[in-house]
Design a protein around this ligand. Structure first.
Ligand code: SF4
Length: 286
């Protein structure tokens, strides 16, 4: 058995596919008519059941995602209610909210209702951002991350690689993430969809491994470096390489609008490689 523990995180898309923004990588934008499931708020009972299921598969982190630019009063209240319901029924789950741009006040509200972390990705470098989104700015994203830090929530921020950016953009993104000192950093690798303006993924497996290595070196040991979207496209059958490069967390189950491996298959892979599955977040969120 290896000493390293792998953290498992699961995502629940609790409001899907209704966003008016134009992020060129995102199937949840209504502008691109991608063939995904679109729905309004799931019921709280359903979300709690799905969280229980994810916990039974070993997920320590549970992320509540809503499509859309950011929080408003209604969304903040809904996510807060979901958090209260999940925390009442499930022990030892680390709740992450991922609901776009957020004010300090909204984040405080989530925190006082049981949310532990907030995920908001910088997505790419400041320089390249206008190539992948024209309806809001990179600076807005950064400001939300700063609000998360001020609110006392733990910060989860990362980005997507392989959207046509240059190597200098990848390095700039990692440096910008580092300035925020996040507890967790999801590294996503672009998953092409014919409906999206970005048509291809310009990143190889070796380049992806280099990003994982750089992220681990920059962010330090007691942090989560998570391989999230695109894992199956780049590392199916090569999981050990990404863990050797420095990753210590993965997303299990489905991503927001794309299918992942089944949680059982992921657990079998981790077992066969001799990794322990983490049972507490304490070493990360101190
Ligand atoms: S703001 Fe979020 S949900 Fe909306 S298009 Fe951009 S990434 Fe997708």
């Amino acid at each position: 058995m290896k000493n390293k523990e792998i953290f498992l995180c699961a995502i629940n898309n609790i409001l899907s596919g209704t966003c008016l923004e134009d992020c060129h990588f995102c199937t949840q934008s209504v502008r691109y008519h991608a063939n995904i499931e679109r729905y309004n708020y799931k019921s709280i009972a359903q979300i709690v059941e799905e969280a229980k299921q994810a916990k039974s598969y070993g997920a320590l982190g549970y992320c509540l995602v809503t499509a859309g630019k950011g929080l408003d009063d209604k969304k903040t209240e809904f996510v807060a209610k979901v958090a209260v319901a999940i925390k009442k029924e499930i022990q030892g789950i680390h709740l992450i909210a991922c609901n776009g741009t957020a004010t300090l006040e909204q984040l405080h509200h989530l925190r006082t209702h049981g949310v532990d972390s907030y995920n908001h990705n910088l997505e790419t470098s400041e320089r390249y951002y206008s190539q992948i989104c024209t309806t809001h700015t990179w600076q807005e994203r950064y400001a939300t991350c700063e609000n998360v830090k001020r609110s006392g929530l733990s910060l989860c921020t990362g980005g997507i690689f392989g959207m046509g950016e240059e190597e200098e953009d990848r390095d700039a993104l990692l440096s910008a993430i580092h300035t925020l000192s996040p507890d967790a950093t999801p590294l996503n690798f672009f998953h092409p969809n014919p409906a999206l303006p970005i048509k291809t993924r310009n990143i190889s497996q070796e380049e992806s491994l280099e990003i994982i290595r750089k992220a681990r070196t920059l962010l330090g040991e007691n942090r989560l470096v998570m391989v999230a979207g695109g894992r199956e496209l780049l590392f199916d059958g090569y999981e050990e390489m990404m863990f050797d490069a420095g990753a210590n967390a993965i997303v299990i189950g489905n991503y927001l609008t794309t299918q992942g491996a089944t949680p059982n298959k992921d657990r079998e892979i981790l077992d066969s490689l001799g990794y322990k599955i983490a049972t507490s977040c304490e070493s990360i969120h101190q």
